[in-house]
Write a protein of this length. Structure first.
Length: 300
């Protein structure tokens, strides 16, 4: 597999960043995950971090070096993340539970398959056009039985991880990828202030290493002083036999049995939530992006 990838997470005008994102891969498979901890409930950043850690840990166990049943894995790992959050809340005897949205994609062979819960989105752009995007689990994007046209609150979600009710998960059919396809996972801090046309145009016309920070900065500008957290992972799929210089990540150089990850393994215990330090997270993101830049410069 070959792909170029860039990730950005900015706090915006909020007191803390409750978004989390990351990716991991083996020689023949890749996992990309983004979670948006929900405000209005306690410890949203913990719920988001637990979702990433749970799914990454299960992926490491299953991807040997491929996930045998991707759709089953995405379903079971998302539900496991939900259960971990509920167990965490139960152990702390919390009156309200931490909650988070989720979008996760597995790229394997020549296909991409994804799951989402809530209103964090996945976009697929091909040839300058939006091929598809996920539909939010919100009142704004779900048809109403009465056919009413009155305005609805887009922030009112129908499902999420960490809610007392079992989460609703939408699993895609496998999508066969083509050279140059762009895939973006993002929180509502991005798409809530940028329309799809601007998102598609920026993803289509720029390398992902330029498009991702440009989209984040545009969202922060449009969001103003009270901007939401803005987080995205953008990647470009590259076929192994594509002409031109090598770019991005080539998993063909990874030895059998090796697992690479930008997501910290393990689960936080009751006393470890404070370890999710904002400055440490920002440093980690910066280090990952700098490593990507250096790798691309060497290969160029």
């Amino acid at each position: 597999m070959k792909f170029s990838v860039f990730q950005v997470s900015r706090k915006g005008g909020r007191l803390k960043n409750e978004d989390r994102m990351g990716y991991c891969y083996t020689r023949e498979s890749g996992l990309f995950v983004l979670a948006d901890g929900m405000g209005g409930h306690p410890e949203g950043e913990v719920a988001a971090q637990m979702a990433l850690q749970t799914i990454a840990a299960l992926y490491q166990r299953e991807a040997r070096p491929v996930v045998k049943d991707v759709r089953a894995f995405l379903t079971s790992s998302a539900l496991s993340a939900h259960q971990q959050i509920m167990r965490y809340a139960g152990n702390k005897a919390m009156l309200d539970t931490p909650r988070t949205t989720l979008v996760a994609a597995v790229l394997q062979g020549t296909t991409a398959t994804w799951v989402h819960c809530g209103d964090s989105r996945l976009y697929v752009v091909r040839g300058g056009q939006m091929l598809m995007r996920t539909r939010d689990h919100s009142h704004a994007e779900r048809p109403r039985l009465d056919g009413g046209t009155e305005p609805v609150n887009r922030n009112l979600l129908l499902t999420c991880l960490g809610s007392p009710s079992t989460p609703t998960l939408d699993i895609s059919a496998p999508l066969t990828l083509q050279q140059g396809d762009r895939i973006m996972l993002c929180s509502d801090g991005l798409w809530g202030v940028l329309d799809d046309e601007q998102i598609v145009r920026t993803l289509s016309n720029r390398p992902v290493s330029d498009a991702a920070p440009e989209l984040a900065e545009a969202a922060l500008r449009n969001g103003g002083a009270h901007s939401d957290n803005v987080t995205l992972i953008a990647l470009e799929w590259e076929t192994p036999d594509a002409p031109g210089k090598d770019r991005g990540v080539s998993t063909e150089t990874i030895s059998e049995g090796v697992f690479a990850s930008t997501i910290q393994a393990g689960m936080p215990s009751d006393g470890e939530a404070d370890d999710l330090d904002e400055d440490a997270i920002e440093r980690s993101i910066a280090e990952i992006n700098e490593a990507i830049r250096r790798s691309a410069a060497r290969k160029g």
